[in-house]
Design a protein around this ligand. Sequence first.
Ligand code: BT5
Length: 259
Amino acid sequence: MNHHELKKKLARLALGDIKYFESIGSTNDEALAWAATDAPDLSLVISDEQTAGRGRLDRKWFTPKGTALAFSLILRPTTEEKPHLSRIVGLAALAVAESLRGRGITTQVKWPNDVLIQDQKVSGILVESVWLGEEIDRVVIGIGVNVLKGSVPPAENLLFPATSIEDHSGETLTREDVLYEILAAFIELRPHTTSDEFIIQWESLLAFRDKQVQVEQGDVPPIVGQINGLDADGSLRLINEHGETVTVRFGDVRVRPLA
Ligand code: BT5
């Protein structure tokens, strides 16, 4: 992977500017700094390796050299998009899912930000915002994808089992092709983010639907219930043990075996 080849490969897509690094701490950090200045809409920061890749709640995200995709897209949301920014994580997850569907690989979305193949994590998404006064002005969407087998971290470093695309693909893969397919799907899906059908499409990929799960949310007690679907803002809807509907805006889903 290098800057020249990437520019050539992505030339047909309506992206903003591209910054390529051989190694970086975190593409999201670079993109957040760039987003706060003059980055055009859909600018891309991509690195062959991350040395301080981040997940949510300052968890580590592993991006070993030469095997994975780690990139961040900068969005300058339009007036129509601004009321729907909570759907952006779904947009990124659907773009990854759609691109893999194109390769004949079925995925599910573990709410809110993981893409799974056969119950193992192949991609993680980290959405962060740049504020201007009271308003979100730019959004940075960080996407990490395990493309080749060598990108999968050792099991002892993981909270949840992981896999790579190569583990499920009969074809020879290049990271550049996978990147192109994800970005093309993202650009195609983006105008639909504001529609009701978007939530239906996102819901159709929800992992553990109708299963009993536990949602952990930092310091507050976990919520236990059956996954029922998504609300219009992308919140997760559960049915708790009393048959009541509970919605969760943020958290980590853990699957609980049925008693
Ligand atoms: C995420 O967080 O899954 C979001 C990951 C976002 C990574 C991208 S890469 C480009 C951009 N730049 C960054 O610095 N970040 C973004 P979370 O749901 O909190 O999951 C983090 C957990 O995933 C860790 O605690 C590990 O258990 C696990 N993990 C770490 N690296 C992994 C990998 N390569 N594959 C699968 N699981 C991994």
